[in-house]
Write a protein that binds this ligand. Structure first.
Ligand SMILES: [Zn+2]
Ligand SMILES: [Zn+2]
Ligand SMILES: [Zn+2]
Length: 140
């Protein structure tokens, strides 16, 4: 048992189940955003689809993970680094997808610039996905 994972679950008043623990473990080990399929691949056949799906939903609602825009249609998820609350996420950062390795990561230090919307429009959520070449692929 990793104390870090137990802490996160406890902080969010979630019971420590095998699936929650393992899903969080995958998220913390991989430094990039993961889709449901990526998770299933890492977890193997240990849990059924519905259990994994429900775990993701719970984590989203509790502010443990956030949705990441993905150009492939299926959503990806990444761990929230700032203090997100139940049903309320507080981040406005850019996501970067590398064309070479295909990984999407949070660029927490890069804020999405404020965008002026026409009268009558109210923004609820900002998503900005930048595609290109990531740091590790440039070195290799
Ligand atoms: Zn969040
Ligand atoms: Zn890359
Ligand atoms: Zn992010």
């Amino acid at each position: 048992m990793k104390p870090e994972i137990e802490h996160i679950l406890k902080d969010h008043k979630l019971r420590n189940t095998d699936c929650r623990y393992d899903v969080l473990d995958v998220f913390l080990t991989q430094k990039f955003a993961l889709s449901h399929g990526d998770l299933e691949e890492s977890l193997g056949n240990k849990f059924d689809r519905v259990t994994v799906y429900r775990t993701l939903k719970t984590f989203l609602e509790k502010g443990i993970i956030h949705k990441v825009l993905n150009d492939e249609g299926t959503p990806k998820y990444a761990v929230c680094s700032s203090h997100c609350e139940v049903h309320e996420h507080h981040h406005n950062h850019v996501h970067f997808k590398c064309d070479t390795c295909g990984h999407t990561q949070c660029l927490d230090e890069v804020a999405i610039p404020s965008i002026q919307l026409p009268n009558g429009f109210k923004a609820k959520e900002f998503n900005l996905l930048i595609q290109g070449l990531c740091k590790s692929c440039q070195i290799a």
